[in-house]
Design a protein around this ligand. Structure first.
Ligand SMILES: *[C@@H]1O[C@H](CO)[C@@H](O)[C@H](O)[C@H]1NC(C)=O
Ligand SMILES: *[C@@H]1O[C@H](CO)[C@@H](O)[C@H](O)[C@H]1NC(C)=O
Length: 479
């Protein structure tokens, strides 16, 4: 009896460290349809013209477009959209002064050249306009020009994160009834109605962080929802505001991501039931520009898992926010550098590929190991992604986990895999760390792809195979 129970104990330990997964031979009914621009980008309003002048901007977006087969969508907005006033006679894109180049302006004007720059972007564009200052004629003039000149226009936002408007904001004072989600919803609806007479029903509603975006739908009724193309929920898993502490192991935890993202499922379902898209319309790792965790390899791993988990629960797009150029911990690129989070954006885009149409999670979401399959239009699984979110900080022994999977065609003998890795979860390319995809450091400072990526062979026997991942790395398996 004694030796029997000991054997059983060892057996369960082995089982616990090696979860067995089955790859469905065809997309299950639970697989989620993936928007071609699932991974999209949000550019802070005042910084947008500056971004258009960086070679990295077009190149970084083009790389993602090549990998995914569709251009990322762009949202232009953020806190400074509600500080900006459109001036039709201004002959420059933006006009503002700041004490230091690292600052965001407290007030700015923008002119028609701003709209012309937006009109040149590839991919669908959502333009954030000001509601907070209650200058409706100025925002409407911008919308009318944008509607006329932007063939790439997807939607307009009217206001950004209204729950944080100061109590003396002109829109609040003018309304004279205080401010709540109910009052804001009535204000938004009234602005949508006024604008729609000139530009049509092309609005992105909510644009809220702490208020539930789904909560807008019931408040504005079906006549209000008819004016919308999409709902925007802002999402930051952590806060770096006022020097708040951030936590990288928590950010990158697979089970933590599954749990965090599940809060958006009801909003996505409500939006889809109403016939509109549901976006995490501004998102990144930590609020207030990101914290110490944001520029790390762990954040790149977080992006991979977070994007896929979003798709699985019904989020149509995630717009990763890019703030003040070169003063932005979570940014994908800056003045002359490509930052570590971009590697995650590229890796998940490669996994989704040009032929990826549906995605499913293969694991049960309770461990540190995530596994996803992407399916083509015929419903055939074309790639798998494994992610080991156990945290490795670069000290001590780096653990390794083997994950077995079955369900491949029995005739297969070898498949190939591409690994994204780094010395540790804390690694940063801007500090010289070797963050690699397929064994290669992959991007120049202008975001041109460089180096030769290689794949690894994985043996298959009887439709079964196993892959091994160290703590804090990810792997794409090509079927
Ligand atoms: C920009 O704003 C400043 C300060 O308001 C003003 O003096 C200047 O003329 C403006 N520039 C342009 C090009 O309009
Ligand atoms: C609204 O914006 C216009 C510029 O488009 C400006 O001339 C006007 O003074 C603004 N109105 C208010 C009340 O600030």
């Amino acid at each position: 009896m004694r030796s029997m129970s000991r054997i059983a104990f060892i057996g369960s330990l082995l089982f616990a460290s090696t979860q067995a997964l089955t790859v469905p031979s065809t997309a299950p009914s639970t697989a989620a349809v993936v928007d071609p621009s699932l991974l999209s980008v949000s550019l802070e309003f005042f910084a947008f013209p500056g971004y258009t002048e960086l070679p990295a901007t077009a190149n970084c977006l083009a790389n993602l477009a090549t990998l995914r087969g569709a251009q990322p969508a762009i949202r232009i907005g953020g806190t400074t959209q509600d500080r900006a006033t459109f001036v039709p006679s201004l002959n420059v894109a933006v006009n503002y002064t700041v004490a230091s180049p690292a600052d965001a302006p407290d007030s700015l004007t923008y002119g028609p050249p701003f709209i012309q720059l937006a009109a040149q972007l590839k991919g669908q564009v959502t333009l954030g306009l000001n509601r907070q200052l209650n200058n409706q004629s100025a925002s409407l003039a911008a919308a009318v020009l944008a509607k006329k000149d932007m063939t790439n226009l997807f939607a307009f936002e009217l206001g950004n994160e209204p729950e944080f408007y100061a109590s003396n904001s002109p829109i609040i004072v003018a309304g004279g009834q205080g401010w709540s989600q109910d009052v804001d919803a009535a204000s938004e609806k009234s602005w949508f109605e006024t604008f729609s007479a000139s530009v049509g029903n092309v609005f992105q509603g909510a644009v809220t962080l702490s208020w539930s975006a789904g909560g807008l739908l019931t408040r504005i009724g079906t006549d209000g929802v008819a004016l919308l193309k999409s709902l925007s929920q802002h999402s930051y898993p952590q806060s770096a505001c006022g020097g708040a502490a951030t936590n990288l192991p928590n950010l990158m935890s697979h089970s933590g991501i599954v749990s965090y993202v599940s809060q958006y499922k009801s909003g996505a379902s409500a939006a889809h039931a109403a016939g509109i898209k549901y976006f995490l319309g501004e998102t990144n790792s930590a609020t207030c520009g990101g914290g110490g965790i944001s520029p790390t390899f762990g954040a790149a791993l977080w992006i991979v898992d977070y994007v896929l988990q979003g798709a699985v629960i019904g989020v149509d797009r995630l717009y990763f926010h890019q703030g003040t150029i070169s003063n932005c911990a979570y940014c994908f690129w800056g003045q002359s550098s490509i930052f570590t989070p971009y590697y995650g954006a590229a890796f998940v885009s490669e996994f989704l590929g040009t032929d990826g149409v549906k995605v499913a999670m293969l694991d049960d979401g309770t461990s540190a190991i995530g596994a996803y399959a992407v399916f083509n239009a015929a419903g055939t699984p074309v790639r798998l992604l494994f992610i080991n979110t156990n945290y490795y900080d670069g000290t001590g022994t780096r653990s390794s986990t083997a994950t077995a999977f079955t369900g491949l065609s029995t005739g297969l003998q070898t498949i190939h895999a591409k690994r994204m890795t780094a010395p540790a979860a804390t690694s940063q390319v801007d500090e010289g760390a070797a963050v690699t995809i397929g064994g290669s450091s992959s991007f120049t400072s202008a975001c041109a792809r460089t180096g030769t990526q290689t794949t690894e062979s994985v043996a298959v026997s009887g439709g079964a195979a196993s892959v091994s991942l160290q703590a804090s790395e990810a792997l794409i398996v090509f079927l």
